[in-house]
Design a protein around this ligand. Structure first.
Ligand SMILES: Cc1ncc(COP(=O)(O)O)c(C=O)c1O
Length: 351
């Protein structure tokens, strides 16, 4: 049958999001959601929200949220853009900086959506392989990325969970002749972040999301910080009303509840350390994680078998086939009961 799609679209496989199964007694550790509920302030907004307001369009630029983020980071609201999840901001970025003539470079393995977004633009994808086992950056990263207009750095990286030396990232940003995006979806679980680079360097965009550390994946809210010039350009590509009214109010309430946020992030980090030790006791190798998940290699180095065996017991983790990733499974840090069930099933398989 004749296709009416652009050839680039026909050639694409399309991004496959992590499954959201509806099984009974499911232990869901596959999409890096937060094991805790969002801030109680979220529920207060939901209960008191005046539905009559919804006949109006929302604030197109989500300025209350932009101002709150700007204030906390010592920048201006003109340095901030809000998205319907950070995936929405990625779409704006790829439309802005990639084309058949403008290539994109990304780490490998990393967030595979970047390659799909580049394919939509007909842009070349340059994959920069990370080291085996440590998933560290290669020394010649800049050389490999030199043909690209857009360099995607994911820090901490997904699905591997590790971070990269700040100084190295800073040097890359200073030397790369193009836009560097530092996707910090997991930075709240890490020891440090690169916000300073977005505040000081004209070619750097730092992205954050409310989906992980704020436990609001279902809400869809993300943001990016960059120079005024970059933000103004991205605004041109934004859907007019990309963030709905309720999401703007809820996200602001969650953002302002700093005590709850700090407590729950600390809780996830503590459970991450505990789970890593327990997995190592079972003979797993875990990549050093600064995120809310562990990239773990089972004792027999067979990620697929581990994934399938867990699935039979309704414990869902993520498996990424392929040479660099197929020996591993990616396990989201769950709550105490979920982590305990995971370990119980793993003991049955490996002991
Ligand atoms: C590295 C990375 N960036 C961005 C996203 C997208 O997050 P959001 O839910 O804000 O669209 C994810 C989601 O898993 C991610 O892992």
């Amino acid at each position: 049958m004749k296709s009416y799609f652009r050839p680039e679209i026909d050639a694409m496989a399309g991004y496959v999001p992590g499954e959201q199964p509806k099984m009974a007694n499911l232990v869901k550790l596959n999409t890096n959601e937060n094991p805790f509920a969002p801030s109680p302030e979220v529920e207060k907004v939901l209960r008191s929200f005046d539905a009559a307001l919804m006949r109006r369009y929302p604030d197109p630029r989500a300025d209350a949220m932009r101002c709150a983020i700007a204030q906390r980071n010592g920048i201006k609201k003109e340095n901030v853009i809000i998205g319907n999840g950070s995936d929405d901001i990625l779409t704006m970025i790829f439309r802005s900086f990639t084309s058949p003539a403008l290539a994109m470079a990304m780490l490998y393995p990393s967030y595979s959506l970047y390659a799909e977004l580049a394919a939509m633009q007909g842009a070349e994808v340059i994959r920069i392989a990370l080291a085996e086992k440590t998933f560290a950056l290669p020394e010649n990263l800049l050389e490999q990325a030199s043909r690209a207009n857009l360099l995607m750095l994911t820090r901490p990286n997904a699905p591997t969970g590790n971070s990269f030396c700040f100084k190295t990232i800073e040097n890359i940003c200073r030397s790369f002749d193009g836009i560097v995006v530092i996707d910090e979806a997991y930075a709240d679980f890490a020891e440090d972040n690169c916000m300073e680079l977005a505040k000081t360097l004209p070619n750097v965009i730092v992205m954050r999301t409310f989906s992980k550390s704020y436990a609001l994946a279902g809400l869809r809210l993300g943001y990016a910080v960059a120079s005024e010039n970059i933000i103004e350009g991205l605004m041109k590509l934004k859907d007019s009303y990309n963030v709905d009214m309720l999401s703007q109010s809820i996200a602001l309430a969650a953002y302002n509840d700093t005590a709850y946020f700090a407590d729950r992030v600390a809780g996830v980090k503590a459970m991450r350390a505990k789970l890593k030790t327990e997995l190592e006791e079972l003979g797993f190798y875990c990549v050093d994680s600064q995120s809310n998940f562990l990239f773990a290699m089972p004792p027999d180095g067979d990620g697929e078998r581990c994934f399938k065996s867990l699935r039979e017991e309704a414990v869902i983790v993520r498996y990424f086939p392929g040479e660099a990733t197929g020996k591993y499974v990616r396990i989201t840090i769950g709550n105490e009961a979920e982590n305990a069930r995971l370990l119980e099933v793993l003991r049955g398989i490996y002991q």
